[in-house]
Every structure is written in structure tokens, then in C-alpha cells.
Design a protein around this ligand. Sequence first.
Ligand SMILES: Cc1cc2nc3c(=O)[nH]c(=O)nc-3n(C[C@H](O)[C@H](O)[C@H](O)COP(=O)(O)O)c2cc1C
Length: 212
Amino acid sequence: MELSEAMRSTGTCRYFSDKHVSDDVLRQAFDDARFGPQGGNRQPVRWVVVRDDATKKRLAELYLPYWEAYYAAVQEGSKAVGAVPKTVESANEFARHLGEVPVMIVVCAELDGLHPTDHELGRLSVVGGASIYPTVQNLTLALREQGVASALTTLLCAEEPAVKELLHIPDGYLTAAHIAVGYPRDGFPRKLTRTPVEDIVFRDSFDTPMFA
Ligand SMILES: Cc1cc2nc3c(=O)[nH]c(=O)nc-3n(C[C@H](O)[C@H](O)[C@H](O)COP(=O)(O)O)c2cc1C
């Protein structure tokens, strides 16, 4: 599959078919994903593949209160989202059936393998994630290439202690995302909604659009 097409059609899938995702397919995706860059090539990312129904159900139970709080905030207008109402409703369905997704992949990262350079700026630190999420995006693209869809989620990261206990994730590791994986029930999106290049790229100075 052409890379540009993969990038443009790896949307968030919230409805999966029952088709089994084989270990071979997952292995291929992990094998491609690991070539993502990380600071100092420390390679902090670890994955826990959850297929066990009871474990998925527990993860879903932990997720639901966070989704419900988020959903309530969106409905009362106190949480701004770019997603259209239909997407919010499908995210609501997804939350209520999260325990039934074919595979849940829990993304872990070794804390000592992260090197944040922005943690003393008095604002939200994000640089540590730069050694994690390129590899995560590689995984979603490598799955897409094989016809497998995914939904990257982070709401459950708030329940990290419980998730670590459930999955026996050792001290020294954090959880960075939870990815629902499966064959898409309705195929892949043809056109994702994203801000045009004209609005997001600047030449030399932030006040000079490059492609206006
Ligand atoms: C960092 C991040 C966190 C996300 N967390 C959640 C989540 O917890 N639950 C959920 O349903 N979707 C989650 N999403 C999916 C986004 O809502 C989705 O990407 C967005 O609505 C755009 O949809 P699209 O990718 O299909 O165009 C997350 C996406 C990202 C990149």
C-alpha cells in the first residue's frame, strides 16, 4: 500500500468485525513499528497485547467512567472538541462496547528511556512522548497496511496504577496509550477531517503562512 494513502486513511475505527487478528499480523506490525525513532535510540516502548476477554472487560470498566465524564462535559458544552456529533456518538458506543474489541494493545514505556527537555518550562511537558508516539503511529500504519484498523485512546491512562496491577507492568514503566485493534466493520475512511496545510505551516515566522 502506498504510504501517503495509508497516512490519509488511518482514521479512528470504533466498529470492528469479529474476524480474528492473527498473531502473525500483529507480529508484522510490531516488527515494522519498532523502527520508529526515539531520543538517544533508547527504545523505551513495550506492548502488552490483551486478548483475554476478562482482562479486556476490566479495562473497559476502568475506561467507562472517564469516558462518561468526558461525554457529559462535551454535551454540556464545557469541553470543546473538533469531532462532529456523529463521531462523539460513535465514541460513546465504542466506550460501551470496549470490552468486545478483538484486541487491546496497551502501550508502555520505560521511564528511564525517556528524555524530556521541556519539563522545566512551567507548562505541560510533552517531549517525553516524542520517544513513544512515533512508534505508536508506525504501529497503526503497519496495521493499516495489512487491512487492520485501530483506535488510539488515552483516557484510560488516568487509571495507570490499576492497569499496571492488572497487567503486571513493572515499576519503572508508564502506560502511554491503549489501542483497540481489529478488522474494520465498515472499511476505512476515504477522507479524514484535518486542518488544511494553508492554516498550519509558516515560513520563517509564525505570522507568515507558507502556503497561503
Ligand atoms: C492522543 C489521542 C488520544 C485519543 N483518545 C481517545 C479516547 O480516549 N477515546 C476515543 O474514543 N478516541 C480517542 N482518540 C481518537 C480521536 O478522538 C480521533 O482521532 C479524532 O476524533 C479524529 O478522528 P479520526 O482519526 O477518525 O479522523 C484519541 C486520539 C489521539 C490522537
